[in-house]
Design a protein around this ligand. Structure first.
Ligand code: M6R
Length: 608
């Protein structure tokens, strides 16, 4: 995710900014830049790639003198990672500079309006809209311009802003994206994350939603969106500097699991407009969607598992046949692709060699490919005909969690969109389901907050030899992912089975005490799965059930039950996977495994 650092004071700003951005490098980024006021004007320097490049072209900041500045590391969301899309962004007169983390959901509408008023844009970013909008509202009072902008923008953001006419001030504001403000004897700081400024100060203020911070070298004042001044308490931070880089979490995987409510929110909300689902990047009209005869989903690993979920959802909601392939199979099996076929490839990294090859295979055969991708500007994103981005931010742990959750959201939206275009579901049903989708972030958060219970349970299985996951329908897809999560980070042998398949062989593996995790979130299949639980239990298995709140009947067949909150039957994967991710994580750390970098695995598999 992007990083922000800013400084105003008696020291040179550029060195402090470069140092702070370096502390945020672990978050992942594709370009960096800074704006420094030199006494006359605001100068901006940007560099694509590593922060080192920015450091080199500015000679460690020396070629950008000045006591006030803002810096940014960008993780591309709107617009590919290149020089022009990197932050900071200017207004046309280069008198206002902005850095931004987050996503402006209504940026296209704002951009159109500004273009109508004569503003010219140079980048593809949502951030440039803010620079021009500030310019539009600025009549000599920065606070007034900022608060007017806040009334117009929708989405999540943290901004750092410089106004050339106010060289002694630096402004910052946030909503939905983190931002802190700090102070020491030389000046005042802004940062998107604590580690960026820990070297300089441990006295910080946590900026609340839509609060504007006005920083000077010797003072910091806070205002509401209605320009009323507010008092805030300064907090002392006593974090260890290294721990701080993981935001205080012990591992990236844990941090990323905790980012899931936000990831889901960010992938979902910009595409919900009132009663409509708007996926502009799909490049398909309703008529195009009505012409689809078959969908092919192709992916690897966890992305393949979201594809399996997608099959159940798209077939259920849009009534289109879906075939799901592991990419390494698809590329060599000479698949039958016929007219009316739509190919979707799913990939977090956008660089997975087999998925990329499958995409090329489909394109060579004359099929348009939709990519569901997390990394902007990656190979799959560039080569796909259309790209629906999952806005999960950089994922560092090898075991995917938040990108997986974001992919599910992309598929739910796609299924509902196609369903509506084809007239399968009525608007009332779709509206109800959209309300369920909007509740997911809070429900995921609630499940994450129950981690202690899962941790205790997981501790009992750090010595396990085999663990099985079973489920039917979407619960089978959840089982596949839960099993992969466990085996890749804990090195415990694990398999997932469609619960009805057990008696065709697998049940012979059940011994006294073998853990069988049964996922049962599909009401129409409760009784069937309970029968399978009874089958394994009577052969000595210890049965863990993951089911919906209220399904207490399952307690008769299970030894331990984890309940998930109520949601639409098609969306249960987003909730049921959370305790199972936590389970895998705690088994892994209980065994002392390297949870973020499991043996023999790479984050991005760029070879066959
Ligand atoms: O970057 P991709 O989504 O294309 O990666 C696909 C798989 O390599 C990936 O999901 C892998 O299975 C993860 N380690 C699972 O946690």
């Amino acid at each position: 995710m992007c990083g922000i650092v800013g400084y105003i004071g008696t020291e040179q700003a550029s060195g402090i900014i470069l140092n702070g951005l370096e502390k945020l490098e672990y978050r992942g980024y594709d370009s960096a830049g800074m704006a420094v006021f030199d006494g006359n004007k605001i100068n901006i320097t940007k560099a694509v790639g590593r922060l080192k490049a920015l450091d080199e072209i500015t000679h460690g900041g020396e070629s950008m003198p000045g006591n006030a500045g803002i810096g940014h590391t960008r993780w591309a969301t709107h617009g590919v990672p290149n020089h022009v899309n990197s932050h900071p962004h200017y207004n046309e007169q280069e008198t206002i500079a902005v850095v931004h983390n987050g996503i402006i959901e209504n940026y296209l509408a704002l951009k159109d309006k500004l273009i109508g008023k004569g503003y010219a844009f140079v980048s593809d970013t949502d951030t440039e809209v803010i620079a021009h909008l500030l310019d539009y509202y600025y009549k000599g009072n920065p606070l007034e311009a900022i608060t007017k902008v806040l009334h117009r923008v929708e989405g999540s953001y943290a901004f750092g802003i410089l106004f050339a006419e106010y060289p002694d001030e630096l402004f910052a504001v946030r909503k939905g994206s983190p931002l802190i403000v700090g102070k020491n004897e030389t000046g005042s700081f802004i940062a998107s994350d604590v580690p960026a400024i820990l070297k300089y100060t441990r006295s910080v203020y946590f900026v609340d939603e839509q609060e504007v911070a006005c920083l000077k070298a010797d003072s910091i004042r806070f205002f509401t969106v209605d320009e009323e001044e507010i008092k805030k308490e300064c907090v002392h931070i006593d974090w260890d500097e290294n721990a701080a880089e993981k935001g205080g979490y012990e591992h990236f995987m844990l941090k990323e699991m905790y980012e899931q409510p936000k990831t889901v929110q960010d992938t979902l909300m910009p595409r919900i407009k009132g009663e409509d689902i708007v996926i502009e990047e799909l490049g398909m009209s309703d008529e195009d969607m009505r012409q689809i005869r078959k969908i092919h989903i192709v992916a690897c690993g966890s992305a393949y598992h979201t594809g399996v979920t997608g099959k159940y959802i798209i077939e259920g909601l849009a009534r289109i046949p879906v075939e799901v392939d592991v990419a390494s199979e698809f590329r060599y099996r000479n698949p039958v692709l016929e007219e009316g076929g739509m190919v979707i490839v799913i990939s977090q990294s956008g660089e997975t060699a087999d998925t990329l090859a499958a995409l090329r295979e489909a394109k060579e055969r004359g099929f348009k490919v939709l990519g569901i991708v997390n990394v902007v500007g990656s190979s799959i994103a560039r080569e796909a005909d259309n790209v629906m981005y999952t806005w999960a931010g950089p994922e560092i742990a090898v075991a995917t969690t938040k990108a997986y959750s974001a992919q599910l959201i992309a598929l739910y939206l796609l299924a509902l969109k196609i369903s509506k275009a084809r007239g399968v579901l009525a608007q009332e049903e779709i509206s109800c389901m959209m309300e369920d989708l909007k509740r997911l972030p809070d429900q995921i958060e609630m499940l994450l907050n129950n981690k202690t219970k899962i941790q205790h349970f997981a501790n009992r299985y750090i010595g396990a030899k085999d663990i099985f996951f079973i489920g039917r329908g979407i619960d089978y897809a959840i089982s596949l992912e839960a099993s992969l999560k466990l085996k890749e980070i804990s090195y415990i042998h694990s398999e997932a089975y469609a619960a009805g398949e057990l008696k065709h062989g697998t049940i012979s593996l059940i011994e006294e005490g073998t853990l069988v995790a049964a996922v049962s979130t599909q009401k129409s299949l409760y009784q069937k799965t309970i029968s399978n639980m009874v089958e394994v239990k009577s052969r000595g298995a210890f049965v863990l059930a993951v089911t919906n709140e209220g399904n207490t009947e399952i307690e008769k067949a299970a030894d331990y039950v984890i309940y998930i909150p109520e949601t639409n039957q098609y969306f249960t994967n987003s909730l049921a996977i959370i305790p199972l991710q936590l389970f895998a994580y705690y088994v892994s750390i209980g065994k002392g495994c390297d949870v973020d970098k499991p043996r023999n695995l790479a984050k991005s598999v760029t070879v066959e």
